[in-house]
Design a protein around this ligand. Structure first.
Ligand SMILES: O=c1nc[nH]c2c1ncn2[C@H]1C[C@H](O)[C@@H](COP(=O)(O)OP(=O)(O)OP(=O)(O)O)O1
Ligand SMILES: [Mg+2]
Length: 208
């Protein structure tokens, strides 16, 4: 058996725990493994504690979340750390994207802060930004795989659309006029940072 076939067998046998508490992310991650015959569980299903994200990079925090859950399950674990990086704000909110929405995950508050820090709604309109996603997969033997995805685009205010989650209603990917919040899940996956990271990870696993 090739190594990829062995890893696929491990995933089919032991399942995959998605180490995220974000329902929007979980929907997208689950969709990517649909049809693979792998049992998917989430940190929400298993009521796992949410670790504090103390690292200062996306990859560091993705790895921290994956390792925290790996200690609590026998199967493989996949964690996602992601965020919105705005050029004119030096990449902020970046790894602090969730924290800018406060403990209640109030994205209107996060949008207001972005507009304010960019110097008002006129300056904020069209500001260059990118979504970044780093995935870390930990296999039962401890082997770690890392995959990254990025999508460039621009911001728009006021927010548009009710699909997706988080910052989707203010982000327009390059080549589009609609925000992620105005797209179907399949349309968003045609552009998104998470879909690109998932494609890279799936290629490394020989799943496709
Ligand atoms: O496709 C996306 N569309 C819109 N917003 C997004 C996306 N991808 C990340 N984001 C935002 C949501 C959150 O404000 C932050 C991620 O923070 P991050 O810590 O990685 O996730 P989280 O705390 O929501 O869940 P968890 O850590 O349990 O996986 O970036
Ligand atoms: Mg988080």
């Amino acid at each position: 058996m090739t190594e990829k076939k062995l890893v696929q067998a491990v995933l089919r046998e032991g399942g995959l725990l998605l180490a995220s508490h974000n329902k929007g992310k979980l929907r997208e991650l689950e969709a990517a493994f649909r049809g693979d015959d792998i049992d998917i569980l989430s940190a929400i299903d298993k009521a796992l504690p949410e670790p504090e994200e103390t690292e200062n990079t996306f990859s560091g925090n993705a790895r921290l979340k994956a390792l925290a859950a790996a200690g609590l399950t026998l199967g493989a674990v996949l964690a996602d750390d992601s965020g919105l990086a705005i050029d004119a704000l030096g990449g902020a909110p970046g790894i602090y994207s969730a924290r800018w929405a406060g403990p209640d995950r109030d994205y209107d508050m996060a949008f207001s802060r972005i507009m304010k820090e960019l110097g008002g709604d006129e300056a904020a309109m069209g500001a260059r930004a990118a979504f970044v996603c780093v995935l870390v997969l930990i296999l039962p033997g401890g082997e770690e795989l890392v995959a990254e995805g990025r999508v460039e685009g621009r911001l728009t205010f006021p927010p548009r659309g009710v699909a997706g989650f988080g910052y989707d209603p203010i982000f327009i990917p390059d080549g589009e006029e609609r925000t992620f919040g105005e797209m179907t899940p399949a349309e968003k996956a045609g552009y998104s940072h998470r879909a690109k990271a998932l494609a890279a990870l799936r290629a490394e696993l020989g799943l496709s």
